[in-house]
Design a protein around this ligand. Structure first.
Ligand code: AMP
Ligand code: MG
Length: 494
């Protein structure tokens, strides 16, 4: 085999510093790796010589068939609360961390494979992934990124040439995932559950050095780590809510301490606004419904705080529990502050406003109208720009006859601090016209399963520039037929 043409400077801090936190493990050999997608812009961001990556070499690298010098493939240990119940051992059962690189901006990024075969954490699973879930994660992750939401990214998708057995045989694939790190709340839980406080401390020190370096020498660093993770989650979940994103499986093993969205399984975008929307086929009780997401994030943070309690005790023996509780209690106010700031931007209002209460009421009244008339979340916000330009018909018509909508629009206009066209311009920069509409996602994945990648690539092109309206993409802005949405169920990507 030819020498691998790409020079990659690996710098594997997790492998080097946290020896007891993982198991070394090699990817399974994909019989016939074929490149499905390569994210050249992201490869370039990583500082990789994009021109040197031909499709064959990329397929070998991003399926794990060929491991460049310097990679140290490993499966990370983690536990997790899944739907409220504690599972003491989960771990990377179908994923491997290949290593870390420092990108062009000096940021440390994990490079991992998902679907690369069994590991010691597979618990009877095959460690593999089917092409549909792999491309789904690729598409939705990239759409989230384009909308400014912190998220793991997709670098490549490769078909393995092997069938994986699900309800029926499906073509197998591997996703290459790039993440700020893969440390989860569940990683802390794994060691805390085994009463290994020394390891919890080492993990906390590792996370502080990696994600919160300004805390390294802080006397209260563990408490401040909790506050910092809480702040990132408050901001992240506010971003999800404003975008209409439902993660679907917010277990603690799917909450990254970096503040990135991780693990796109049964996630979906809401269409007609319904605070109780749930799409996941396994979420029978609606635990992870749209409107529950902030409260679940807070619940997960309380589980994180519990793992750190012995460290707080050493830091502030007088009132460790009280101080940690204070941080957790600050979560909702911090979430609401992020949410209101984002909602103001979505209404085109100046970031600084003197009247939080009036603005909150204005947004809430708007959302009440959206819910009552079951209006498409994304379109309604987007069309506010037309109203700002003096053509309210396009937004009014989304609601059907309702005198309340013009009344609300008039109230909204009174809050403007700039001329209509200026407001419209602001609105179109923050309210996407293209999101991965569930029906289009499913159509494009079905086509990809049949070997036709064109619909996926068109959809990817639309959602990669979500604010930039293009006349040829009109159908991508349209909601699914109601029939589709009411029956829509999403599945975990296993
Ligand atoms: P998830 O809910 O998809 O985040 O996964 C939860 C746990 O199940 C993790 O420990 C995964 O590694 C594991 N898992 C999911 N799918 C598979 C699979 N096909 N083979 C082995 N382990 C899996
Ligand atoms: Mg997971």
């Amino acid at each position: 085999m030819m020498a691998f043409p790409l020079q990659i400077a690996w710098d594997n801090s997790y492998a080097a510093q946290l020896g007891e936190f993982y198991v070394s493990c090699l990817p399974a050999a994909a019989p016939e790796p074929t490149l499905l997608q390569l994210n050249r812009r992201l490869a370039d961001e990583l500082g990789w010589d994009v021109a040197a990556i031909d499709p064959g070499a990329a397929a070998r690298l991003f399926s794990g068939v060929e491991l460049p010098a310097g990679t140290q493939p490993l499966a990370q240990a983690y536990a997790g609360h899944q739907f409220g119940g504690f599972a003491p051992q989960l771990g990377d059962g179908r994923a491997l961390l290949l290593g870390e690189v420092i990108d062009r901006h000096g940021r440390r990024r994990d490079i991992g494979l998902k679907g690369s075969g069994p590991t010691p954490f597979s618990r009877g699973g095959d460690g593999k992934a089917a092409i549909g879930p792999v491309l789904r994660e690729y598409l939705i992750g990239e759409a989230m990124h384009a909308c400014g939401i912190p998220t793991t990214r997709a670098l490549a998708a490769v078909a393995t040439g092997e069938q994986v057995m699900r309800e029926r045989p499906l073509p197998g694939a591997v996703l290459t995932r790039v993440a700020a790190s893969h440390v989860r709340v569940g990683t802390f839980e794994f060691f805390a559950a085994r009463d290994q406080q020394d390891r919890v401390r080492r993990l906390a020190d590792y996370v502080i050095a990696r994600h919160d370096p300004e805390l390294v020498a802080d006397g209260d660093r563990y408490l401040r780590l909790l506050a910092s993770v809480a702040e990132r989650q408050a901001s992240l979940v506010a971003g999800w809510m404003l975008l209409g994103f439902i993660h679907g499986v917010m277990n603690t093993d799917n909450m990254a301490v970096s503040g990135e969205t991780i693990d796109y399984g049964p996630c979906a975008f809401m269409e007609a606004f319904d605070p109780q929307a749930v799409f996941s086929s396994i979420d029978h009780g609606g635990r992870y419904a749209y409107e529950k997401q902030p409260a679940v994030a807070r619940w997960n943070l309380a589980r994180f705080a519990e793992t750190l309690l012995p460290l707080f005790d050493a830091e502030a023996p007088a009132d460790a529990v009280g101080k940690a509780t204070e941080v957790i209690e600050q979560f909702m106010p911090r979430y609401e502050a992020h949410w209101l700031a984002g909602a103001r931007r979505k209404l085109g209002l100046a970031a600084e406003s003197r009247d939080d209460e009036a603005d909150t009421r204005l947004v809430q009244d708007w959302m009440t109208l959206l819910a009552r008339h079951q209006v498409d979340w994304t379109l309604a916000w987007r069309k506010l720009a037309d109203a700002a330009e003096g053509s309210p018909e396009s937004v009014v018509s989304l609601f059907g006859p309702s005198p309340e909508v013009p009344a609300w629009l008039a109230r909204w206009q009174q809050r403007w601090d700039a001329a209509g066209p200026v407001v419209a311009d602001r609105l179109r920069r923050v309210n996407p016209i293209y999101i991965p509409r569930n029906h289009l996602v499913e159509e494009s994945l079905a086509a990809a399963g049949d070997g036709d990648l064109a619909p996926l690539e068109r959809l990817l092109a639309a959602v990669s520039r979500p604010y930039d309206e293009r006349s040829e993409l009109a159908e991508y802005a349209e909601p699914a037929p109601l029939e589709f949405t009411s029956r829509y169920r999403t599945f975990c990507g296993t």
